[in-house]
Design a protein around this ligand. Structure first.
Ligand code: PLP
Length: 413
């Protein structure tokens, strides 16, 4: 049994009891299962079968080095969203030709560093950005490999804060701009157009919008061919959702089939940039109950030692995470509002949950916290960044130690 399961009533990760990790490392602590990480990567990779494809793991979901290295060892390439994620990717062993540089705002300094690296592509988001890349490449006497990120005006039907494919969103080039560029881009010697890119959002739970955006990319490939421009590949972004609440989500096979149905006719290799679907289910945030108090006639507050500083998603998007008592006590279930210790009323981890009766000191596992958890953690209220632990083959090790107050103030005078 891999991942998070129960053995003798206790929650374990790949056979390792979570209380043992909490005792040794303290809480809050992120705990990841290497087996789940590998399984999730392979499921998506296998779903594309023999069709030429490459997964570029989206580091923004979680760029803790040991996890990035684990994915590289499986054959993953990388999607980096800033020059610092590129540096991180290189520390994790990804070579520049295996990195795509995405992101809506690349500063002049970032582009200066990125252009000479020889990345697989810089995914360009505006006409101005394309000109800036071109100017740097021209000055350096290089040809920059670029992909055009199209804004397809397609609704991903995800949370508005993580939907990126509508015209009203800041992302990508409007279709009109893309088509205008087709006429001239082949004549610009410092630019090589290698791909069309699309990414319409995250936590997408039906294949329909993903298929529609893939179909648009296929049509654009055809238009480019008519202009005499042959691409190397198509980049269909990330976005595949996971089931946080037990609801239905597309399987890896459904997802791959939806994309392949649309782009197979192009014959071009597919790049995808999954983040959440790989790393999300591989991690929990382990925390302790540090206080209990009455809320109303039907429920109590359970104050945890982890909140929005460690896991921002519930406060930021009202995101749902299932929570489990690691070692449930006997007795009748009770309703709890699980809140964090941060000085904000938005710092609610989980609302109105029926759980075994809690006592101060009990351990709570916040499930599916591997993506956009530690990556978004902050020092708000001077909370140290939490420790992170990787369980692999029945053994566990610290892959990031808990930040100390000295770490936190190192850059201050
Ligand atoms: C350009 C790009 N690619 C890939 C991803 C990864 O998305 P997800 O984690 O939903 O797969 C994101 C995140 O939203 C993104 O902005």
């Amino acid at each position: 049994m891999i991942g998070f399961s129960r053995a003798a009533q206790q929650l374990v990760c790949d056979g390792v009891p979570l209380p043992a990790i909490a005792e040794a490392e303290g809480t809050p602590v992120y705990v990841y299962s290497a087996a789940v990480l590998r399984e999730r990567y392979r499921a998506i990779d296998d779903a594309f079968g023999d069709y030429p494809h490459r997964l570029h793991y989206a580091l923004k979901a979680n760029s803790t080095l040991a996890l990035a290295r684990t994915l590289r060892e499986l054959g993953s390439a990388a999607d980096a969203n800033s020059i610092w994620e590129i540096e991180l990717a290189r520390k994790a062993g990804f070579a520049p030709p295996d990195i795509v540089f995405t992101g809506v705002g690349k500063s002049p300094a970032e582009l200066e560093c990125a252009v000479p690296l020889g990345l697989k592509a810089i995914n360009v988001e505006s006409v101005g950005e394309l000109a800036r890349v071109e100017a740097i490449a021209s000055r350096l006497g290089r040809t920059a490999r670029v992909a055009l990120r199209v804004n397809p005006d397609i609704d991903a039907k995800s949370h508005p804060h993580i939907s990126t494919g509508l015209k009203i969103n800041k992302f990508g080039l409007p279709l009109d701009d893309v088509r205008e560029l087709f006429a001239t881009i082949g004549t610009r010697p410092s630019l090589q157009l290698v791909a069309i890119h699309v990414h319409i959002g995250s936590q997408i739970t039906t294949t329909e919008p993903l298929a529609r955006s893939a179909a648009l990319v296929r049509d654009l490939v055809g238009e480019l061919r008519e202009c005499g421009i042959a691409l190397e590949y198509v980049d269909l972004g990330g976005g595949l959702g996971i089931s946080y609440d037990g609801g239905a989500v597309p399987s890896a096979a459904d997802y791959a089939a939806a994309l392949l149905n649309e782009v197979r006719a192009t014959g071009l290799p597919i790049v995808i940039e999954p983040g959440r679907a790989i790393v999300g289910p591989s991690g929990v945030l382990l925390s302790r109950v540090i206080d209990l108090k009455p809320r109303n006639a039907d429920s109590d507050f359970a104050v945890l030692d982890a909140g929005m500083a460690e896991l921002m998603r519930p406060a930021l998007y009202g995101a749902y995470h299932s929570v489990e008592v690691v070692t449930p006590r006997p007795g009748q279930q009770r309703q709890y509002e699980l809140v964090g210790p941060i000085c904000e009323s938005a710092d609610v981890v989980a609302r109105d949950r029926m759980l075994a009766p809690l006592a101060v000191g009990d351990l709570i596992a916040i499930r599916d916290a591997g993506a956009y958890g530690s990556a978004m953690a902050s020092n708000y209220n001077r909370h140290p960044l939490p420790a992170e632990v990787l369980v692999d083959d029945g053994r566990w090790r610290v892959i990031r130690r808990r930040q100390s107050i000295d770490d936190m103030t190192l850059l201050e005078s």
